[in-house]
Design a protein around this ligand. Structure first.
Ligand SMILES: [Ca+2]
Ligand SMILES: [Ca+2]
Length: 348
């Protein structure tokens, strides 16, 4: 970065123009930086994040996405590249954030799906701490979710120092229709659990609409014997319904249970979740994944926790507060069953 030649006269002129713009923007951005939720990054690590991590924009409108630097130490210049889906969004323009000042553009590349910008401070001390490096304006051109991938996040230290490769935290930009222009309905249904009279606490989600990309709509059931889950202002569309009830077999997205919401269809068919799934989630590669089979692992956990009491025992598959013969009976009765098998005939 330090070896890059100083910009020519033309660039300096442009830079002076941009500089006045940056001066106007910087006060507001500095305030933003102070209240930024990502400000508390791990100490000692330099990260560059897409902010917000999950942004959205109405089709044909523009949305500004920030690249937020945390944990910088004595930095003077940057070279960053962002990749996105050009079939969904267009890059329109950039503006420097408030992190650096007196910036001069050194290199700019703007290809479909790829944006790269290098800039350096001129005759300005190095900067430490957190703040917005760059604001990128995208326009939504087609419905869907574009990844916003930080492909390069290099920073030069003021004076003589090693190049800093910041850890990249990527994001997404979802392009959706304008909800104001679409019909909306209240969607309701009855969800219950095998082996338990109380019908409350079942998390249900509709995800994003397949056509308009609005949502996700999500709720938790209450303890009623009819219509115990209600989702309001659901835009007319088709949705992938999922459930996430601990200790039970759940409806996963992969099962493709599609709810088509319309004026004539806004009630979800009743569903009783089969339980006994003591091991209902597993850690894989640092993330929790659903376990939707009842097998020897579930029986083993119930055995391990047998006759224990408390709210946090996954072996208590009927939520009675104690692990006992009733939990064992529930799991044994559903032995070898999977969510795919037991919900094969259910259509929302
Ligand atoms: Ca299991
Ligand atoms: Ca129990």
């Amino acid at each position: 970065m330090n070896e890059i030649a100083l910009p020519g006269a033309l660039r300096i002129t442009r830079f002076l123009f941009k500089r006045s713009l940056v001066c106007v923007l910087s006060a507001a951005l500095c305030i933003l930086a102070l209240v930024h939720p990502l400000a508390a990054a791990a100490q000692g690590e330099t990260t560059l994040s897409v902010s917000p991590a999950e942004a959205s924009v109405i089709l044909t409108n523009t949305r500004t996405i920030s690249l937020y630097l945390a944990g910088g130490v004595n930095l003077n210049a940057f070279d960053v590249a962002v990749r996105y889906d050009p079939s969904l969004v267009d890059y329109e323009s950039y503006a420097f954030g408030g992190y650096f000042s007196n910036l001069a553009q050194v290199y700019l590349r703007d290809d479909p799906g790829y944006f790269r910008l290098a800039a350096t401070q001129l005759a300005t001390p190095g900067v430490s701490g957190d703040g917005v490096v760059l604001n990128l304006v995208f326009r939504g051109t087609s419905r869907g979710i574009s990844p916003i991938i930080i492909e390069m996040a290099d920073f030069a230290v003021y004076g003589d120092g090693p190049l800093v490769h910041a850890t990249a935290e990527h994001g997404t930009l979802r392009v959706h229709d304008n909800p104001a222009a679409l019909p909306k309905y209240t969607v309701s249904g009855l969800f219950s659990l095998q082996g338990r009279a109380d019908t409350s606490g079942i998390p249900v989600s509709l995800g994003y609409g397949q056509t308009h990309w609005l949502g996700p709509y999500a709720g938790v059931s209450v303890n009623l014997s009819s219509a115990n889950l209600t989702l309001t202002d659901v835009v007319e569309d088709s949705y992938t319904l999922t459930t996430a009830m601990p200790r039970c077999l759940n409806i996963s997205a992969e099962m493709g249970k599609i709810l088509a919401v319309s004026a004539s269809h806004n009630a979800i068919a009743p569903l009783t979740l089969r339980c006994g799934n003591a091991v209902w989630q597993e850690e894989a590669g640092g993330e929790w994944a659903a376990n939707n089979v009842i097998d020897v692992a579930d029986i083993s956990l119930i055995g391990l926790q047998y006759m224990q009491s408390g709210p946090d025992l996954d072996g208590d598959v009927n939520f009675s507060g104690r692990v006992d013969i009733f939990d064992l009976a529930l799991a044994a009765g559903n032995y070898d069953l999977t969510a795919e098998i037991v919900y094969a005939g259910w259509t929302p």
